[in-house]
Design a protein around this ligand. Structure first.
Ligand code: C2E
Ligand code: MG
Ligand code: MG
Ligand code: MG
Length: 281
């Protein structure tokens, strides 16, 4: 009896795995055609100086929707696009679209673009970035590439070469989700970062939770010591904002400061309008 139960459990497990694998393959297949079918768009979330409230940049965030699925969160489809390598052409579309868009803005603020590990390590990446900058006419210093530590550890030597080549183009590099990866401190020393983005999980309750506060203060100290500006992600409450400003965190990003949205123009009025729109995730 125990034996047949075990077999049933196994069969159930196998079936579940098969279904999951099929679902992933289906999504992969749809993602392959999503650029050509115009199913992607970008939303932009403001990054603001905490002392003046001035918008100094926007992060481009990818959105995917089609008739069958509606909106799919990047937390779901980006990992599948990464695993299958489709993130490389998708990421190129993101870069080109974001740079094209930013080149039309009146105020020369930064455009931050997320780049995945495989994309960063793809042989033509630096060339693609260079070409996109030339084609769109965007000043390289306005482009900031956001990478997570996972993108670095795969092949450190190669990652370092690529980041140096990007820096030589004049492009800036931000470390995204700082604190959630591993060996963060040695990475900060080894790689030519221009900015540290503290992960939103540390910002939550920074005003009420002693541990979170201690970690955030330590990161701000590291940033100061290394001469790197620190951006706090996921700022949601005025208490969090007050804490961060009090600790001299330079930049903030989060629902409190502005939700990701479409950009019509950069004047304050339309930005406030976008802030009222819900995050179209
Ligand atoms: P990320 O780069 O760390 O982006 C920040 C995420 O936090 C975004 O989620 C943003 O909408 C969300 N967020 C902003 N403010 C708040 C807040 O106050 N509270 C909370 N709870 N969340 C906030 P989103 O847009 O769903 O993107 C999730 C992740 O997907 C991104 O994390 C990034 O890793 C990835 N991603 C998004 N767009 C792209 C892309 O174009 N290429 C690649 N490779 N990855 C992307
Ligand atoms: Mg990011
Ligand atoms: Mg992040
Ligand atoms: Mg993230």
């Amino acid at each position: 009896r125990a034996k047949s139960e075990g077999r049933d459990t196994w069969r159930f497990y196998e079936e579940a795995m098969g279904m999951e694998a099929r679902a992933r393959r289906l999504m992969e297949h749809e993602l392959r055609h999503a650029v050509a079918r115009n199913e992607f768009r970008l939303v932009y979330q403001p990054q603001k100086k905490l002392d003046t409230g001035e918008t100094i940049g926007f992060e481009a965030l990818l959105r995917w929707s089609n008739a069958e699925r509606g909106n799919v969160s990047p937390a779901v489809f980006v990992p599948i696009a990464e695993e299958s390598g489709i993130i490389v052409p998708i990421g190129e579309w993101v870069l080109r679209t974001a740079c094209e868009e930013a080149a039309t803005w009146q105020k020369p603020v930064t455009i931050a673009v997320n780049v995945s590990a495989i994309q960063l390590h793809s042989p033509s990446f630096v060339h693609t970035v260079h070409e996109i900058l030339l084609q769109t006419g965007l000043s390289p210093s306005r482009l900031e590439i956001e990478i997570t530590e996972t993108a670095l550890v795969r092949d450190m030597t190669r990652a370092l070469t690529t980041l140096r080549q990007l820096k030589a183009l004049g492009v800036h590099i931000a470390m995204d989700d700082f604190g959630t990866g591993y060996s963060s401190l040695s990475n900060l020393r080894a790689f030519p970062f221009d900015k540290i983005k503290i992960d939103g999980s540390f910002i939550k309750q920074v005003d009420t939770n002693e541990q979170a506060a201690t970690i955030v203060k330590a990161v701000l100290g590291i940033g100061r010591g290394l001469g790197l500006p620190v951006l706090a992600e996921g700022v949601e409450t005025s208490e969090e904002l007050k804490f961060l400003a009090g600790e001299f965190c330079q930049i903030g990003q989060g629902y409190l400061l502005g939700r990701p949205g479409p950009i019509a123009s950069l004047d304050e009025g339309s930005e406030a309008e976008q802030a009222r729109e819900s995050d179209a995730a």
